[in-house]
Every structure is written in C-alpha cells, then in structure tokens.
Design a protein around this ligand. Structure first.
Ligand code: NDP
Length: 327
C-alpha cells in the first residue's frame, strides 16, 4: 500500500471548500490508487463548520480517505503537506481599496508561506485559488525562500475551462475538439483568452469565428463569467472553481495530454516578455511533475496589447505589495 498524500485545504468550510473536499477524498485529485489525508485549515470561528464537513466526509466512507485533521494553526496545517490548495482569502468588501485588500491578504498568505517553508514536504505543490490569486501566490512564495519558486502557482484553469465551454457552444462542437487554448496574464477582468493559437479539430479557432464575436463577445463573456454566475445563482461560482482546482493539480501531478496544453499562472522566466518572477498565466504543459511554458508561439499585435495590459496590472499589484513590505 502507498503512503497517503497529505493535502492541505485552507478556507475548508467555505463554498469552494465544500465542493472540493469530497472530490479530493473520492480520488479525483490524485487518482484512484492514491490514498489522501486531508488537512483542513480554517479561521477559529469557522472551525466548527469545517468539523461539520468532516462529519459528512466520514459519512461517505471514501476508501481512499485515510484521515482528516482540522486546525486553525497554519504550522500544523502545512506540516508534511504534499499538496496545498489555498482557497481561503479576504474578499473585497464594499469601499475597500486595492491596497487594503492586498494588505489583508498579506496577513493571510505571508504566514501561510512561512508555515509551508518551515514544514511542508519536499515535493510540496501549492495552488492559490483565493483572490487576488496571482498576487497572493507571490506573497506566499516570497515568504517561503527555501521552497523552489515554481512550486507556487495560481489558478486560471477556471477561466480556461470557461473559454473552452464558450467556444464549443458557439461552434456547436464537443469540448473535446478544442485544444491549445490559452489564458494569459492575471486572473482578473484583464485576463486574455487567446483563440489565435487555439484549435478546433486542428484548425485555428480564431478563423472559425468572426473577429467581432471574438473581441466583443467571447473575451468579455469569459472575463465576466464570475459576475454572470453571481447574478444568476445568487451566489458565486463554487463547484466550477473546485473543478478547475482539481484539474490544475491533477494535470500538474499526472501530466498534460500529448498534443495539447492548458493554462496556469506560474512564475515567469521572462518568456513572452512577461517580467521574470511575476506569477502570470501562460500556455503550459506538465512533464515529469513540473509545469513548462510552451515556447515559440507567435504573438500578433492584438494579442500583444492584451497580454501587456494584463501583465501591467500584475506588475502594479507586485509594486503595491512591495510597498507594503510583503516582498
Ligand atoms: P469561497 O469558497 O466561495 O471562495 C474562496 C476564495 O476563492 C475567494 O477568495 C474567492 O475570490 C476565490 N475564488 C477564486 N476563483 C473563484 C471563482 N471562480 N468563483 C468563486 N470564488 C473564486 O468563499 P467563502 O467565503 O464561502 O469561503 C471562504 C472561507 O475561507 C471561509 O470559510 C473563511 O472562514 C475561510 N478563510 C480561511 C482562512 C484561513 O484558512 N486562514 C483565511 C481567510 C478565510 P472572490 O472573493 O474574489 O470571489
């Protein structure tokens, strides 16, 4: 029997946590042969709710779930962690300035980064879901100097999956016919979903749709999908966000399919003119358990300006957290 993999989930009692934990415990994160031990981190006032979710997990009698620990102490939560899903974050409240938001999240992600640095397993992989995800990941990474920077990533897989879904619907094709889609930049309204390299049945996607739809409908629909879900459901997307987190970690660990790529926000090595160190979304493949940026794509003028705009926003966020002493 294999030793269980320790999976730490923060904000475990929240909406995304509720949609995520059962899927991890059922084997969808790491596969049907890998037992998992869940570590749930919550703030003190939400520990009781996390205990309730743990009761339900017990009641599923998942064969792969070897145990559940619940804590409000980051050091305990990340001790021996192999995978960390950082979901809990400080949401933007009414009238909150970006500086206040970044500072509040600095108070969450810097201590979590320190706890990861101190106690996580050597193979730790971190996915930040809580917003502003890219910059929260940067804050955690800066607080964990002994962990390779590439182990800190942020989620743009939901944006990626949303873009695949929208394109498939537009062209009335199964999602399985769409490959090589890319989300570039920040997980925010400035993100750039790229159809110029995406393919539908091997043909360039941008050539299958008219340019006005691509620019004026597709891009804003993908970027504003979160708000549209809130408007329709009366609550923010949770199951689709959890699904994307599962996809991200699953592919990171198990690899991406040959002939395709996906999107993830990973530390830039300077590729495509994205300043080194920014945690920005790229076209990526996973090989041997590590993300690699797909190289050599030609970037046209339109794509260049969209990528630059989103990267400029990431740069501003980095400068703001530097100003707060978090980097
Ligand atoms: P959710 O579970 O709905 O969301 C959690 C985070 O995920 C938010 O920052 C949210 O950002 C982000 N997110 C990223 N992508 C998406 C998406 N596509 N759709 C929706 N959310 C997305 O929030 P809840 O308030 O239900 O739960 C948060 C939990 O975190 C609470 O239980 C709280 O106690 C806990 N928490 C734990 C901390 C810790 O463990 N130390 C610290 C802070 C909070 P956005 O706000 O922009 O939607």
């Amino acid at each position: 029997t294999t030793a269980p993999v320790n999976v730490t989930v923060t904000g475990a009692a929240g909406q995304i946590g509720y949609a995520l934990l059962f899927r991890i415990a059922s084997g969808q994160l790491l596969g049907p042969d890998t037992p998992v031990r869940l570590r749930l981190l919550e703030i003190p006032q939400a520990v009781k709710a996390a205990e309730g979710t743990a009761m339900e997990l017990d009641d599923c009698a998942f064969p792969l779930l070897s145990g559940i620990d619940i804590t409000d102490d980051a050091t305990a939560a990340f001790d021996g962690a192999n995978v960390a899903l950082l979901v809990g974050a400080r949401p933007r409240s009414k009238g909150m300035e970006r500086g206040d938001l970044l500072e509040a999240n600095g108070g969450i992600f810097a201590p979590q980064g320190r706890a990861i640095n101190a106690g996580a397993a050597d193979d730790i992989r971190v996915l930040v879901v809580g917003n502003p995800a890219n910059t929260n990941a940067l804050i955690a990474q800066a607080a964990a100097p002994d962990v390779p920077a590439a182990r800190f990533t942020a989620m743009t897989r939901l944006d990626h999956n949303r873009a695949v879904g929208q394109l498939a619907k537009k062209l009335s094709v199964p999602v399985t016919e769409i490959t090589k889609l890319t989300i570039w930049g920040n997980h925010s309204a400035t993100q750039y979903p790229d159809l110029y390299h995406a393919e539908v049945n091997g043909k360039v996607a941008a050539e299958q749709v008219d340019e006005a739809w691509l620019r004026d409908t597709f891009i804003p629909t993908v970027a504003k999908r979160g708000a549209a879900i809130i408007e329709a459901r009366g609550a923010s997307s949770a199951a689709s966000a959890a699904n994307a987190a599962i996809d991200h970690v699953h592919d990171w660990v198990n690899g991406t399919p040959a002939g395709d790529w996906t999107s993830a926000a990973i530390p830039s090595d300077g590729s495509y003119g994205v300043p080194e160190g920014l945690i920005s979304s790229f076209p990526v493949v996973s090989r041997g358990g590590a993300w690699e940026i797909v190289q050599g794509l030609e970037i046209d003028e339109f794509s260049r300006s969209r990528i630059d705009a989103s990267v400029a926003e990431l740069n501003e966020e980095r400068e703001a957290v530097k100003g707060l002493g978090l980097l």
